[in-house]
Write a protein that binds this ligand. Sequence first.
Ligand SMILES: Cc1cc2nc3c(=O)[nH]c(=O)nc-3n(C[C@H](O)[C@H](O)[C@H](O)COP(=O)(O)OP(=O)(O)OC[C@H]3O[C@@H](n4cnc5c(N)ncnc54)[C@H](O)[C@@H]3O)c2cc1C
Length: 349
Amino acid sequence: MSGKQKRPSPNTFDAVIVGCGIIGLSIALALKQRGKKVIVIDRGTQEASWAAGGMLRPLTESESPEFLSLCLESAALYPAYVKEVERLSGMDVEYDTTGSLLIALNEQEWTELKQKHALAQQQGIASRLLDEQAAQKREPALGRVTGALFMPSDVQLNNQKLMEALNTILKNEIVVGDVKKIGEHSVETERESFTADAVIVCAGAWTDALVPLGVAPRLGEMVRCRMAKTLRHIISRHPTYLIPRKDGTLIIGSTVKDEGFEKRVSARSVEKLREDADLLVPRIKGWPLVETWAGFRPYREQGLMIGKRDGVYVAAGHFRNGILLAPVTAKIISEAICDGSSRSFGVPG
Ligand SMILES: Cc1cc2nc3c(=O)[nH]c(=O)nc-3n(C[C@H](O)[C@H](O)[C@H](O)COP(=O)(O)OP(=O)(O)OC[C@H]3O[C@@H](n4cnc5c(N)ncnc54)[C@H](O)[C@@H]3O)c2cc1C
């Protein structure tokens, strides 16, 4: 024996993560905090996690009881997650607990809101039905409404600031590269190879290029204008939502389009979003336009998948809820890697 220990190669890690969206970075942070040596590889573009609205609304977006319970679990993890991200980065991600108002503009929508209220009560989620007067008292800029459902536990945060904060915390763990090939313990970019005990694919709408799971892009277009009147709550009437930010701007979203990977904002969509918003807050159409943008939600017909497929960890298909679901996704994957937990979510393939 020479006594000389074999040094691990600099490109050998406990975990290699593909994708620097909120899912990949949240998993990286959770693993790093458990003492793991991680690397996150990304093409260096800003995708869905930057384009999102940053709303955390478990009930509004729920599809099934299992999904709702996962959303609620993640929402409950959020305060501690944000506190930790803010502590480590020294940044404020504008976690705002004012709540949201779901709006009904006719009797049918009002009946649907009452059903949602009943479901909230069943689940122990705080909610309150408001008549027109009460809704306008809570949000004076609202126009005529049939009624509203106030969801005090709905939250919004500035997802772009959250992404900046995560990038700051993990700056030494992130490398730029276009991943071309993955194996159970290997990842190859156009220039480099990495080996690891665990490979985790969090490639958002592009997941299928690496792991065939049936994930596809759904374009969401967004509009930002400057608020001429102050709004405080998230205001929504499916599929339109208004998100007032702390800087005095208002985000109006969003479309859901199945048009492949063509990232563009159409003039018609901008007009339609502003018209639909105008039904909620009169004359919003005239508020000064600041910018428009679009992103690709990772959609999967069989739903979200968090778990293992062919020896590789995958966290993909978060569709409209990836910001909300980041903490619980990070928990499931990090506990699988660090503790051998077999918990997973969704259909593997
Ligand atoms: C308009 C819009 C509004 C939304 N609003 C909300 C909301 O209010 N609340 C909410 O919870 N969710 C919302 N979402 C959904 C949420 O944004 C997504 O579910 C979430 O961001 C998905 O995160 P991700 O990390 O999986 O994907 P992404 O953020 O898209 O990140 C994937 C990353 O992987 C990289 N990548 C892919 N392939 C490769 C490769 N081969 N090599 C290297 N890198 C690669 C990409 O460059 C990208 O950086 C919204 C989405 C959109 C588009």
